[in-house]
Design a protein around this ligand. Structure first.
Ligand SMILES: C[S@@+](CC[C@H](N)C(=O)[O-])C[C@H]1O[C@@H](n2cnc3c(N)ncnc32)[C@H](O)[C@@H]1O
Length: 463
């Protein structure tokens, strides 16, 4: 019998089948977003909800499947089993209903399904009988316990010996919806009032103090809502942007101690989909060039800027090859939001951990170095470059900047947050505290995504 999935009118078996398709695609290397794009639109939200949970529990589910069926079954059947094992104990579903619906989903899968449904039934029922022993047998399995790949866990242990467990735990959390008020249209405080009036923000929600004169002042909503429900969203009164990402524009624009003047030439070198391009332009009338290597993603910048009533020159090109696109006019400031592992935003993209390989990090570091080296000469003497990544790995943050400073005569590092970790207890002694802390001793709103920011100054002529 078909049973609707909790919170959805569609049968759970149907969503489980779709979820298995997506999980199988991720296990083959496709991103979950791409995989979900193949799901019919009405089934997408329900499938996404299941698949997000599966991604967050896949280390455990894969280890359980391995114990229960040592020889991997057909990849789709495997993905269905892993999905069911991830969901069965999660608490949202009645366990026997879930088993029954997984078997139904299997039976409906052309070619492999009928033959495999007996196996799916037997494995899941055995799990229910032997659950305690099976879970206990995995007590020393870190991948099963933390639901991240082993190399990722080892890297975090090395990079953050005191905080690796907190980072892994933060990756499992549901992220909040964080907003940036468009200060061309009104202050963050005024936008908060509109959210309170709309019933989207509690009247006593703590405001986050702006750490610099230009902000940021993120507004953290207690629960996510479709953007169409946000007051004035279509008119460009606010945007969705994590608190940590909101540091970039204020840091770059005030890098020299006083705000960059109107008309300053700014390069946003890896700009799509344009969150930081828009933030820069909300804070002043600058001449912004937004560059991205991916022409499709570049189109999204135009959409973002149109909604906000802002303008930038957009170029589809490789930032590490300025000879292909640079007009020879130096920039006053450069924002390099470099391509990275996305290890800081796993709570928003729970598939990211399963898509990466350890060897990717060294390859990404080479790309990050190449882009940094190529852009540095494009900066005016006395200009500033902000390097950032949404990664918590030191190899993509501190190590890149240390190496750059060693090989680049005259380059200086100015104060900036450095590594921001998505944890409540802040590890180091940077010149800031995480934005989610409204004021000393007050409750934490949200620590923000994992991020890295480093501000670099090019010496003035003659200096
Ligand atoms: C972290 S995302 C940028 C996010 C963006 N700054 C924002 O705030 O919305 C990194 C971007 O770098 C682009 N990219 C990757 N390699 C590049 C290259 N060699 N040159 C220019 N862009 C590149 C990717 O297409 C991707 O859009």
């Amino acid at each position: 019998m078909n049973r609707p999935a909790p919170g959805h009118s569609l049968p759970l078996s149907q969503l489980l089948g779709r979820c298995a398709n997506a999980v199988a695609a991720v296990r083959k290397g496709q991103s979950l977003n791409e995989a979900l794009a193949a799901t019919p639109a009405p089934e997408r939200p329900g499938t996404q909800a299941l698949a997000f949970t599966v991604m967050r529990r896949m280390g455990l589910a894969q280890a359980l499947r391995q114990k229960l069926v040592p020889k991997a079954p057909h990849p789709w059947v495997d993905a269905l089993l892993i999905s069911a094992l991830a969901l069965i104990d999660e608490g949202s579903y009645d366990q026997h209903t879930l088993v029954d619906q997984a078997v139904q989903a299997c039976k409906k899968k052309p070619k492999v399904g009928q033959a495999a449904s007996g196996l799916v039934n037997a494995v899941l029922r055995r799990f229910l009988r032997e659950r305690a022993e099976l879970i206990a047998s995995l007590a020393d399995d870190e991948v099963a316990r933390h639901n991240h790949p082993g190399w990722w866990i080892r890297r975090l242990k090395k990079d953050w010996p005191d905080h690796w467990q907190a980072i892994l735990a933060a990756d499992q959390a549901q992220p909040p919806l964080t907003l940036r008020a468009n200060t061309r249209h009104g202050s963050a405080a005024a936008y908060r009032e509109r959210l309170i009036a709309a019933g989207l923000l509690p009247a006593d929600a703590p405001a986050i103090e702006a750490p610099t004169p230009l902000g940021p002042e993120p507004i953290v909503l207690p629960r996510a809502v479709p953007v169409g429900q946000l007051p004035g969203f279509a008119e460009g009164d606010a945007s969705v942007q994590d608190a940590s990402a909101q540091w970039a524009a204020p840091l770059l624009l005030q890098a020299g101690g006083s705000p960059l003047p109107a008309g300053a030439r700014i390069l946003d070198a890896c700009a799509a989909p344009g969150g930081k391009t828009a933030h820069l332009l909300e804070l002043g009338d600058f001449d912004v060039t937004a560059l991205d290597a991916d022409p499709e993603r570049l189109q999204r910048i135009k959409g973002t800027l149109d909604r906000l009533g802002l303008k930038a020159r957009t170029i589809a090109a490789d930032a590490s090859r300025p000879a292909d696109w640079w007009d020879g006019q130096p920039f006053d400031a450069i924002l390099l939001d470099a391509p990275c592992s996305a290890s800081g935003i796993v709570r928003r993209h729970p598939d990211a951990r399963w898509l990466r390989r350890d060897t990717d990090i060294a390859a990404l570091a080479r790309t990050q170095d190449a882009i940094l080296d190529a852009l540095w000469p494009l900066l005016k003497p006395g200009g500033h470059l902000l390097y950032c990544t949404c990664s918590v790995f030191r190899e993509e943050g501190e190590d890149r900047i240390d190496a750059f400073l060693q090989r680049t005569p005259g380059a200086r590092r100015l104060p900036a947050p450095g590594h921001i970790l998505p944890v409540v207890e802040y590890p180091e002694t940077p010149a800031h505290r995480p934005l989610g802390h409204p004021r000393q001793g007050a409750p934490v709103v949200d620590p923000g995504d994992g991020f890295f920011h480093a501000l670099l100054a090019r010496p003035s002529q003659g200096a």
